[in-house]
Design a protein. Structure first.
Length: 426
C-alpha cells in the first residue's frame, strides 16, 4: 500500500461540515461591505518580496521569520502574501486608483505566514479586509469601526471588545523612540533576545511583546500618548468624540502598537476572550505614509483585516451558525431504466425550478437503502420512480418531515405540484 500523504503542517482542509459557517461569514461580509459603498478588489497571492519588506518593515517577525519566500526560475525573489494591505496599495498605485481619488475597497482571500500553529492560527489562513484612500479625517476611521461593529451584530457574535490607541505622526514617534530607548537601556538585563535585537531598529515593537516576563517592564514604560503633538492629540480626540456620540464602547490600550511598521495615528483591535491566546478577531488603523512609501503619490489611507477562521470558530462556539444549504428533494430511482428516466425528470425540474435543491440518487442500491439515504439527506420530500411509475408516466411523492399521505401524480403535473409544495423556494 502506498504511503499516505498528509496535509502540510499548519495548513488545513475546510470540510463540508464547516462550510455553512464559512458561507455565513463571507456572504454577510460582502453584503455589509457593499452596503457601505465598498467595492471588491482581488490581487495575486504572490508578490515580489521587496513589496512586503518595504511596507511591513524588515525588522518584523513577519519578514524575518514567517514569510514563504523563494527565487523563481527568472531570478525574482517572490513571496506568498502574508497580509493584504500592501498588495491592495500596490494594485491601487499601479492601476491609477489613488491619485486625487477617494476609494473604498474590500478584499478576501488566503494569506501565508509560517507561524506556530495554534487554535485559530494556521500557516495558510483566510482574511477579509477593507481599505480606504484619500480621506484624512477621523470620520473614515469611525466608519471602519462602525462597519466592523455592525458585522459582529450581523453574525450574532458577542464577547468582542474594541481597543484603541494612537501612534501619532512619524515625527512624534521619532521623538518618542528616543525616550523609549533611553528607558529600555536602563533595563537591559530584563530584555529578551527579540527585544535586544529590536532596541535600535524598531523599539516600539518591544511594547507589543507577548513575553510574560517582560510585561512589568512594558507597563512601566513611558506612554506615547503622553508625548503626542497637538495635531495627533486633536485627531484622536475627534475619533473618540465620534465614537462617544454614537455610543460605541471602547477601551484605550496604550500598549497597542500593531505588528506592522506602516501604521500612524489611530490603531485599533477587536478582541475576544472566546479564543484563548488568539484573541484578536479584527485589527487595523491609519497608514498615511504607505502609498508614498511604495512609490505612489501621497494619499491618506486607513483600513482593517479580520481572520475568517477565528470568526468561524466563534460562530460555532456560540452556536450562531445558520444553515445555508438545505436539500429539498431526494429522487429515489429503483428498477430497470429508472435511472435514465429519473435523471431526465430531475433535469426537467432543475430547468423549470432553478431555486430548488435536488439530489438524484446515483450508484444503484435497493429501494430501502435509497430511502435511508433520502432521509439522511435532510430532504423534505422524496420523489419515487420505479418500473410501475415509468409504465404509468407517474411519480410518487413521499413526505419525509410531515405526517402526510403519499401522493401519486402524473409526471406532466410534477413541476406545478413541486411549485405548490415548495412555494417558498420557487
Amino acid at each position: 500500500m502506498a504511503q499516505q500523504i498528509k496535509v502540510i503542517r499548519g495548513m488545513h482542509d475546510i470540510l463540508p461540515v464547516d462550510m455553512d459557517a464559512w458561507y455565513q461569514v463571507e456572504d454577510s461580509w460582502r453584503t455589509l461591505a457593499e452596503a457601505y459603498g465598498y467595492r471588491q478588489i482581488r490581487t495575486p497571492i504572490m508578490e515580489k518580496t521587496a513589496l512586503f519588506k518595504r511596507s511591513i518593515g524588515e525588522v518584523t517577525d513577519i519578514v524575518e521569520k514567517e514569510m514563504y519566500s523563494f527565487d523563481d526560475l527568472g531570478g525574482d525573489n517572490l513571496s506568498l502574501r502574508p497580509e493584504g494591505t500592501a498588495s491592495v496599495v500596490r494594485a491601487g498605485i499601479e492601476n491609477g486608483l489613488l491619485v486625487n481619488q477617494q476609494q473604498r475597497l474590500w478584499y478576501s482571500g488566503p494569506m501565508f505566514r509560517r507561524e506556530r500553529p495554534q487554535k485559530g492560527r494556521y500557516r495558510q489562513f483566510y482574511q477579509l479586509g477593507a481599505e480606504t484612500f484619500g480621506m484624512p479625517g477621523a470620520d473614515i476611521e469611525a466608519e471602519l469601526i462602525f462597519m466592523a461593529s455592525r458585522f459582529w451584530k450581523l453574525l450574532g457574535l458577542g464577547n468582542i471588545e474594541l481597543q484603541l490607541n494612537t501612534l501619532g505622526t512619524a515625527e512624534t514617534r521619532l521623538k518618542y523612540k528616543d525616550l523609549l530607548v533611553s528607558y529600555l537601556r536602563g533595563h537591559m538585563d530584563e530584555l529578551d533576545g527579540d527585544s535586544l535585537r529590536r532596541l535600535e531598529s524598531n523599539p516600539l515593537r518591544i511594547l507589543d511583546s507577548k513575553n510574560p516576563d517582560m510585561q512589568g517592564l512594558i507597563e512601566a514604560a513611558p506612554q506615547l500618548r503622553d508625548h503626542l503633538d497637538q495635531q495627533s492629540s486633536d485627531h484622536f480626540a475627534e475619533l473618540l468624540e465620534i465614537l462617544d456620540f454614537n455610543a460605541v464602547a471602547y477601551h484605550i490600550n496604550p500598549r497597542l502598537v500593531r505588528g506592522l511598521d506602516y501604521y500612524s495615528h489611530t490603531v485599533f483591535e477587536f478582541v475576544t476572550t472566546s479564543l484563548g491566546a488568539q484573541g484578536t478577531v479584527c485589527a487595523g488603523g491609519r497608514y498615511d505614509s504607505l502609498v508614498e512609501q511604495l512609490g505612489g503619490k501621497p494619499s491618506h489611507a486607513a483600513g482593517f483585516a479580520m481572520g475568517i477562521e477565528r470568526l468561524v470558530l466563534m460562530l460555532q462556539d456560540q452556536q450562531k451558525v445558520t444553515t445555508q444549504t438545505e436539500t429539498d428533494i431526494y429522487f429515489v430511482m429503483a428498477g430497470a431504466n429508472s435511472s435514465m428516466h429519473g435523471q431526465k425528470l430531475a433535469e426537467m425540474l432543475r430547468n423549470e425550478l432553478p431555486g430548488i435543491q435536488l439530489v438524484a440518487h446515483s450508484g444503484g442500491g435497493s429501494f430501502k437503502s435509497q430511502m435511508k439515504k433520502a432521509d439522511k439527506s435532510g430532504a423534505s420530500i422524496a420523489l419515487i420512480l420505479g418500473e410501475t411509475e415509468i409504465q404509468n408516466s407517474t411519480v410518487n411523492i413521499k413526505f419525509l418531515r410531515q405526517d402526510l399521505q403519499q401522493l401519486e401524480i402524473e409526471q406532466s403535473q410534477l413541476v406545478e405540484q413541486i411549485k405548490t409544495l415548495l412555494k417558498t423556494k420557487v
